[in-house]
Write a protein that binds this ligand. Structure first.
Ligand code: PLP
Length: 417
């Protein structure tokens, strides 16, 4: 077995005790939850924070002058400060709450994109992308007449950057949209190089950090991207809350996305003045209770340590790659080297359909995802229709991986391969 010993090893047993759902059984067996790339489970601290907020401080934000309204506004804005700290953003004005990564990327496409792209312009994305970082750019290209180009990958999923200069010859590159880590292959693109190239073209970089903010330090100042999006529900937080970080000068110049509510400074029947940042982009009642719970999630992650979580995922991934190699007929897709990927392993098993594999694994209480993982162009590029995906997080134990392997050996027996 490959080991990657560091002095930041997590106490996984202690961490698991913080997640009530991990104590439940499915089909009479203890749960092996291997679908954290889809959504994370929630520690008690997050569940308690959301409940305590509703029990003690609930009132709409930015409206009431009474004590509850002030307290809930303070708690909501404190959550923004926590996101600012998590991302090391230079200013809280740059942190916009959204429902999730998908909404954050659509916001950029429909505001910055609509304002800057036109015929003769080029938008660059990649075949690695989740649909959330692909379809908004397709729609934008249709709306504006810009050309959309995709970077291809090699057989392990590494982006082939040599195509970039060819894209630049087709027109003025305005936007480069890339994932920080593929949710299907786990591969981590060379963002530094992509940012350098994009900025040399005068383009902005939109980074889909849905798969990295949860499990490693993401510092927007060192990354150099112009927009960074993530989802709270993959980051130990609740659903319905995510965030977009954007450079202040870009956010200032952008028109609003949705209108109504707190994004307005004053309304007359003939015109409306927008609020200042970040509220200009937060229309209607925001998910403030969810923001408070996300704050608790950030505190939890920070206390455990994102570097330690990243190191743990690397160890678990290396362990999983070794153990999966013991299953006859199993083929892992994506980088063979665990050091080149995050805690996501996709694979196919001989002629067994991934949905059958996932269904048999469920009998073992092993939760994995089967399908194209909202990356249909990528899975097709790999010559497949679907894969089975196991994904790991801070609470994943080697025992979960062992149970996955046992379940896969059973799937082979049941399916007669
Ligand atoms: C890389 C990546 N981008 C975007 C998304 C979309 O996230 P959400 O559904 O929370 O908007 C996901 C979710 O799986 C993802 O893995």
């Amino acid at each position: 077995m490959a080991t990657h010993e560091t002095d930041t090893a997590l106490d996984v047993a202690r961490i698991r005790a913080d997640f009530p759902i991990l104590a439940r059984e499915v089909n009479g067996r203890p749960l092996a939850y291997l679908d954290s790339a889809s959504t994370s489970q929630k520690p008690r601290a997050v569940l308690d924070a959301m409940r305590a907020f509703y029990v003690t401080a609930n009132a709409n934000v930015h409206r009431g002058v009474y004590t509850l309204g002030v307290e809930s506004t303070d708690a909501f804005e404190a959550a923004r400060d926590a996101v600012q700290g998590l991302l090391n953003a230079p200013s809280r004005r740059e942190v916009v709450f959204t429902r999730n990564t998908t909404e954050a990327i659509n916001l950029v496409a429909q505001t910055h994109g609509r304002a800057t792209c036109g015929p003769g312009d080029v938008i660059v994305s990649t075949v690695l992308e989740h649909h959330a970082n692909l379809v908004p750019w397709q729609v934008l290209a249709e709306q504006t007449g810009a050309t959309l180009r995709f970077l291809d990958i090699d057989d392990e999923g590494h982006l082939q950057l040599d195509a970039l200069d060819g894209f630049a010859r087709e027109g003025r590159v305005r936007i480069v949209a890339v994932t920080h880590q593929s949710n299907t292959l786990g591969v981590r693109p060379p963002v530094d190089e992509i940012v350098r190239w994009a900025h040399a073209q005068g383009a902005v970089v939109v980074l889909d950090a849905a798969q990295t903010v949860p499990n490693r330090p993401v510092d927007v100042q060192t990354l150099g991207a112009d927009f960074v999006a993530f989802s709270g529900h993959k980051t130990l937080g609740p659903t319905g809350i995510g965030a977009l970080w954007g450079r202040e000068e870009l956010l200032q110049a952008m028109p609003p996305f949705l209108t109504g509510g707190e994004m307005i400074r004053s309304v007359r029947l003939d015109r409306t003045a927008w609020n200042t940042l970040p509220w200009k982009f937060e229309a209607g009642t925001p998910a403030y209770a969810e923001a408070v719970a996300l704050h608790a999630a950030i505190d939890y992650l920070t206390a455990v340590g994102l570097e330690a979580i990243d190191a743990h995922e690397l160890r678990i991934t290396a362990y999983a790659l070794d153990r999966l190699a013991e299953v006859p007929g199993l083929r892992v897709v994506g980088p063979r080297d665990a050091a080149l990927r995050g805690g996501v392993v996709s694979f196919v098993l001989d002629d067994v359909h991934p949905h059958d594999v996932a269904e048999i694994l469920d009998r073992h209480a092993v939760c994995v995802r089967a399908g194209h993982h909202c990356t249909q162009p990528l899975v097709e590029r790999l010559g497949l229709a679907a894969t089975v995906r196991a994904s790991f997080y801070l609470y994943t134990a080697t025992d979960d991986v062992d149970r996955l392997v046992e379940g896969l050996l059973d799937a082979r027996r049941v399916m007669g391969v």
